[in-house]
Each structure stands twice: as C-alpha cells, then as structure tokens.
Ligand binder design. Structure first.
Ligand SMILES: NC(=O)c1ccc[n+]([C@@H]2O[C@H](COP(=O)([O-])OP(=O)(O)OC[C@H]3O[C@@H](n4cnc5c(N)ncnc54)[C@H](OP(=O)(O)O)[C@@H]3O)[C@@H](O)[C@H]2O)c1
Length: 288
C-alpha cells in the first residue's frame, strides 16, 4: 500500500469567508471530478462557508475551483483544496493536516473501480481499492468524530468570525449499488462499498453516544448515498456495447447525472432527521 512512494499532502489553501451557512466547513474528497465536483458546487451554492476539495493533483483541484467559480458566478466562492493521494497515506493524522481545521461536514466521495475478476486482481490492487474506498473514509470519519468530541468539550468559534453553531455534524458516504448487487469483476469494489454502508450505521450510533456525554452538542448524523450508474469519467472506460447493455437494464433507460447525485447529498445535509439514511439513486435499477 503505502511504501516508499508516500507523498506529503499540501496544506489547505482555502480562504474561508463568512456567509449565511447551513454548513460550515466541508472537506469533499473527489471534489475535482464527476459527482464530487457537483457536490462541491452545490455546497457553494447552498452557502457553505468553506469547501475543501481533495484531489491527487493540485492543478486539477485548482481548475475545478476556477470552473465552479465561473459556473456559479461566485467569484469569491470559499473554495480551497488539499492535494492528497489516498493510496500513499499511512498516517492520516500526520499526513493530512486537515484535522487542524475544524469541520462539521465530511463528504467521502473518492473511489476507484476494479476492472478484472478476482483471479486476475492482484493483492496490491485489492489493498489499493480497500484503502481508497474504505480505509481512508473510515479514518477521515474518525477525525470528524474527534472534532465532534472536542466541540463537545469546548465549542470552537469559526475563524471566519461566524460563531453560529452548526445545526448538526454530518458525514455523507458515497457508496454504490454494486454493494448490494452482483457484478462480474467488482468483488473488491463491491466489498469496499458494502463496508462503507455498514460503517455508516455504526458511525451514526457512535456519534449519538458522544452526544449523550455532552448533551449541549448539536446532533451527529451519518448517511449514505447509493448511486446506480452515473455519467462520469468513472464509466467512460466502458465499451459502447457494455454501455448499451447497462442502459437497457435501467428502468429509466438512462444513466444518472452527477448533479442528481449531488442533489441527493444536499437533501441529506439539509434534512436534519436524516440519520443512517441509505438513499438509493439508481433510476430503478435496484428493482430489477
Ligand atoms: N459513476 C458511477 O457510475 C458511480 C456509481 C456508483 C458509485 N460511484 C461512486 O461515486 C464516487 C465518485 O465517482 P465518480 O463517478 O464521480 O467518478 P470519477 O469522476 O472518476 O471520480 C473519482 C474520484 O475519486 C478520486 N480518487 C481516485 N483515486 C484517488 C486516490 N488514490 N486518492 C484520492 N482521491 C482519489 C479522484 O480524484 P482526483 O482524480 O481528483 O485525484 C476522483 O475525483 C466514487 O466513490 C464512486 O465509487 C460512482
């Protein structure tokens, strides 16, 4: 997994700004591409006071920031980034300084797919998929729980000068329908995504246990979105024949759009009763 290639992660470059928020600080893994990009954009449009895009490439993250600013017309949109390759992280607490920054929202969206059956999937690839899709989201969620606990002991003032309390702390994990449905050549991907759903359940309970210790805390919530097939770079590699076959299986006869998944995430962030919600967004594919 990690080994000699370990990279250091550049410090968050953002400019947090005061704004009317329902969310304060939101690290969004995969925020520079596909679904994560649309989530970052929606967070900005919905008044988040700092959105931190996580990407393996600084230039890609910066491009995403420029694009979001252009597309939303919000030139001062409070976006920053962390350059970070989850594959090489051995110690997130040291490696990713994001834990220094207080955040009340975490979007775990980074994911890699598997392209072969188990017989030809190497142990190194197995480790890589589990690391990026499951182990890192778990570690980031631990950081989030830690922040929640610390907030219980001593609520922080937002360094933007906005001292309003977050209405809740919320983790959103992006799973996949393949966590629930078989697919040739997806054994490890499916395992990682099923793990993420199972993990979310316990996270919701452990957040509640912390609040029992500090009743003045705002609630802690953890939720999962379960997309079917979404039109993003992730499925670009499929052959036309594969794409046609998949579309024919989806009752709505089309792929989902990244914007539609981002909408589901916004719903879960805004709806303060959503906790351990597993939101399927698959055009009906799960019914087949
Ligand atoms: N598209 C679908 O049909 C579909 C269906 C169900 C679930 N999902 C899930 O949705 C999430 C987003 O995928 P997408 O469809 O938007 O595809 P995408 O555009 O290919 O995005 C994948 C993202 O994962 C990030 N990533 C990959 N390896 C990483 C690593 N080692 N370290 C840090 N970040 C890494 C990439 O970040 P950078 O390239 O910026 O470094 C990229 O932003 C994934 O978790 C995926 O499993 C997708």
């Amino acid at each position: 997994m990690a080994g000699s290639n370990q990279r250091s992660c550049k410090e968050y470059q953002g400019r947090p700004m005061p704004s009317k928020v329902y969310r304060n600080r939101c690290p969004c893994s995969a925020g520079a591409s596909g679904i994560g990009y649309q989530i970052s954009k929606q967070l900005v449009l919905n008044g988040a006071s700092a959105v931190v895009i996580v990407s393996r490439t600084a230039a890609k993250a910066q491009q995403a920031i420029n694009d979001i600013r252009k597309e939303t017309g919000l030139e001062d949109a409070p976006l920053g980034f962390v350059e970070c390759d989850f594959k090489y992280l051995t110690n997130l607490t040291q490696g990713w300084k994001i834990s220094k920054h207080q955040f009340d929202t975490l979007i775990n969206c980074a994911g890699i797919t598997q392209t072969q059956g188990l017989l030809t999937t190497s142990p190194a690839t197995v480790s890589e998929i589990l690391k990026v899709n499951l182990e890192v989201p778990i570690e980031l969620s631990r950081q989030m729980l830690k922040q929640y606990f610390m907030y219980g002991k001593s609520p922080w003032n937002d360094s933007t000068g906005d001292s309003r309390r977050p209405s809740s702390f919320c983790v959103i994990n992006i799973s996949s329908l393949l966590a629930e449905r078989g697919g040739y050549g997806t054994s490890i991907y499916s395992t990682s995504k099923a793990g993420l759903t199972a993990f979310t359940r316990t996270l919701a309970l452990e957040g509640a246990a912390i609040r029992d210790k500090f009743p003045a805390l705002p609630p802690f919530r953890a939720n999962v979105v379960v997309p079917g097939y979404v039109d993003t770079p992730m499925i670009e590699k499929f052959s036309n024949a594969q794409k046609d076959k998949l579309v024919a299986e989806i009752p709505l006869r089309r792929y989902g759009k990244a914007e539609e998944v981002a909408d589901a995430v916004m719903f879960l962030l805004k709806n303060e009763y959503a906790n351990n919600t597993v939101l399927n967004l698959d055009g009906g594919l799960s019914a087949t």
